[in-house]
Design a protein around this ligand. Sequence first.
Ligand code: NAD
Length: 291
Amino acid sequence: MAPNFDFSGFQDPTLPRVVMPKCATGQQLKGQKALVTGGSSGIGKGVAIGLGQAGADVVVNYHSGAEEAEKVADEIRGFGAKAYAHEADVADEAQVEAMYARMQEEFGGIDILVANAGLQQDAPFDEMTLKQWNKVIGVNLTGQFLCCRAAVRAFKKRGVVPEISCSAGKIICMSSVHDLIPWAGHVNYAASKGGVSLMMKSIAQEVAPYRIRVNAISPGAIRTPINEDAWSTREAYDELMKLIPYKRIGEPDDIARAAVWLASDEADYITGINLYVDGGMTLYPGFESGG
Ligand code: NAD
């Protein structure tokens, strides 16, 4: 039976945006230093603000959108935490190394990496150019490799500081439901996220003895610029709802809450998992009535 309430969550983009409630968090990350890549918009912005609200000092990495990144850093400073915006292309080794060197100088180290930066360049498979393939793999997979490697080096060098956290460091890779669900027309993106998922698990296995936790969040459809086509009109939104048993689109704050928890000591025994935050998108909704 269909639910007898309307909580579609559709927001006409021509009207003022409904403000979603902010993360209800305590100060469970106080004193910790976090880096969020791609923190100037969408999920990265939500996560950076969520970590700041939970007491962490935050580096807001951006590649484009300097002004927006500065605003995010400002908002975090408003919670009493430290924050600054840093421009770097996560696919560029030298720029990633320089970003970590500055973080060491300004914050004295890193406790939490959220490797979030990502993009799509879609095309039918037989029309996909090598440039499109390399761009998406470069940012989404190699970019996460470079950022994770630098974080693990820093975590191993410093080790556990019990007053800060019971683990030496935490990594959260932003994956996608498309590390599991194939996606026609987006072969480069799905391959990058499938790669992120097994990269994350392999790193987790390797560094667990150093008390380093490595996990992924695999979001479903979250309302951000990357997928505006899927939620900005009533028709598109209704189509999208066919894929989401929970019958609402996700908000960046849904991911922020999961990230804060996963980065906190409350999740200390959790490593090597994909946390699907997707309103049930991975529950094969087509089988609700078919099959
Ligand atoms: P978005 O476009 O709002 O954010 C992506 C961010 O990555 C932007 O800030 C962009 O500037 C940054 N970025 C792109 N290339 C970069 C580079 N070379 N170096 C540094 N930063 C770079 O989209 P979003 O939805 O917030 O996406 C964030 C992450 O979440 C991505 O990894 C995406 O694949 C993933 N994701 C999003 C959804 C969704 O429904 N929105 C679902 C699953 C996974």
